[in-house]
Design a protein around this ligand. Structure first.
Ligand code: 5GP
Length: 194
């Protein structure tokens, strides 16, 4: 998505070698029109498959999963982050190590909302180390559902997330793939190869 790349170039703040801040249009203040376009782009990429649910993890994946759900006309589910295992209902859960917060947490979703009949598209804002997405993939497998693919808005391709997912046989599509970044200079992997 060229428009997305432009916004990242114009408004992205590089906080360190590995952390990009996009709070002005994606992660804090949200450009709703752009997010709806992102949903349509996920539909263009994945919509030929019989997807029944979109899955993400709270909080920063929610608006993109909702946009994809609207475009694909299916519900979306967001996994909740819990520290303690105080569960009032049967859940699927997976441990995740947070790249940005440097802490471990558990993600869970109710078994009521995902099962073997589901064909799932996983969506998230960033693909970095892949820990969050691997956790979601584990939950889909635990539920006996079928994973149709993973869609990320921004992929930092210099981190290991994509290869971790591809090693598990997962089809990954990212709308903006960052090859490298330094203050004033973000290089993208050409869209044709993404
Ligand atoms: P991962 O598990 O792939 O390492 O990253 C998981 C989550 O960390 C992403 O869903 C995203 O919320 C957050 N994250 C990772 N890298 C970045 C980054 O460079 N900038 C921002 N804003 N969030 C990030």
């Amino acid at each position: 998505m060229k428009g997305l790349q432009e916004r990242i170039r114009q408004e992205g703040l590089i906080l360190s070698d590995t952390v990009l801040k996009v709070d002005s249009f994606l992660n804090h203040q949200v450009d709703t029109e752009l997010v709806l376009q992102i949903g349509q782009e996920f539909k263009r990429i994945f919509g030929h498959q019989p997807i029944t649910k979109v899955l993400t993890v709270e909080a920063s994946g929610i608006q993109f999963a909702m946009a994809a759900g609207i475009a694909l006309e299916v519900p979306f589910i967001y996994a909740k982050k819990k520290k303690a295992v105080t569960l009032s209902e049967a859940v699927y859960s997976a441990p995740v190590h947070s790249f940005t917060r440097k802490e471990d947490y558990l993600i869970s979703i109710s078994q009521k909302y995902l099962g073997p009949e589901d064909k799932v598209l996983i969506v998230d804002d960033f693909l970095a180390t892949g820990a969050a997405l691997v956790g979601l993939v584990d939950i889909v497998n635990e539920a006996g559902a079928q994973l149709m693919g993973v869609g990320c808005v921004i992929e930092k391709s210099f981190q290991e997330g994509r290869s971790l997912l591809e090693d598990k046989g997962v089809a990954v599509h990212s709308l903006a793939r960052i090859a490298s970044m330094a203050p004033g200079e973000i290089r993208f992997i050409d869209e044709a190869s993404s």
